[in-house]
Design a protein around this ligand. Structure first.
Ligand code: GLP
Length: 245
């Protein structure tokens, strides 16, 4: 595991964007695994700026997003499909046909999960997977549990995740109770993994995940086993780690 220490979330976003930009320049038709949530917003803003400056070309890039809420279609303003369009895709020269997100309003979620894993395989897997981390150390929507789930699957969101994500909805009652998430296998098989963590609200999750034992009770801890994993974190997110004390 490599740790890149940033002074704040803006700098963390810039560091993560540099890693993604390097990947796109090295392999113009790379497969990027993308994340939602507030954490990657700085990263996406930096990528948009680099595109506008003529430094990056996304015309051949393919993307697979980690997850989507069950029940929210792409026109719902809290769907992850909406998020990606309005925070990245609309502002760069990516071909919308090359962007992939699980279908939250499918009639058959289990078949959608199988389709998504087959799609990732057909793209040749993920070259660089970007991740955030939930306060309970979830990645994508892989929630704490008895076992790591390898495949893309439908997940019942934990109360803590519903509470954490309620800030994006009018009320906690409107937060979907289920999501489709990429499983641990596709994440671990990504050739590079970059996880961004910022703010004191992530400090315990970061400490448990990367300075504690590997356990499905702390989903992000599995990344300790990845051969090319980079944690990009700000001082606040690293404040509980042994090296900070
Ligand atoms: C959601 C997403 C995760 C994300 C997490 C953290 O649960 N499914 O992929 O990492 O939120 O969100 P934030 O970055 O807003 O703290």
């Amino acid at each position: 595991m490599k740790v890149i220490r940033a002074k704040d979330s803006c700098e963390a976003g810039a560091f993560a964007a540099e890693l993604i930009a390097a990947q796109v320049k090295q392999k113009p038709d790379c497969v990027l695994g993308l994340a939602t949530g507030s954490t990657p917003l700085d990263t996406y803003a930096q990528l948009i700026a680099a595109y506008r400056a003529g430094e990056l070309d996304f015309s051949c890039v393919r993307t697979v997003n980690l997850d989507e809420y069950v029940g929210l279609g792409p026109d719902h303003d809290q769907s992850y499909a909406w998020f990606m369009r309005h925070n990245l895709f609309e502002f760069i020269n990516i071909d919308p046909h090359n962007t992939h997100i699980p279908d939250g309003i499918t009639a058959d979620p289990d078949a959608e999960c199988q389709r998504y894993d087959a799609l990732i395989a057909s793209l040749g897997g993920v070259d660089l997977q970007l991740l955030g981390i939930g306060p309970n150390a979830h990645i994508g929507f892989n929630e704490p549990g008895d076992a790591f789930i390898p495949e893309t699957h439908v997940v019942k969101l934990t109360d803590s995740t519903i509470a954490a994500n309620a800030r994006f909805f009018a009320s906690v009652d409107q937060v979907p109770r289920q999501a489709i998430t990429m499983g641990i296998r596709a994440i671990l098989q990504a050739r590079k993994v970059v996880l961004i963590a910022t703010g004191t609200g992530k400090a315990k999750a970061v400490c448990d995940a990367f300075w504690g034992p590997v356990t499905p009770l702390v989903p992000a801890s599995i990344l300790q086993l990845h051969p090319d994993f980079t944690l990009v974190a700000d001082e606040d997110a690293l404040s509980l780690t042994p090296s900070s004390n």
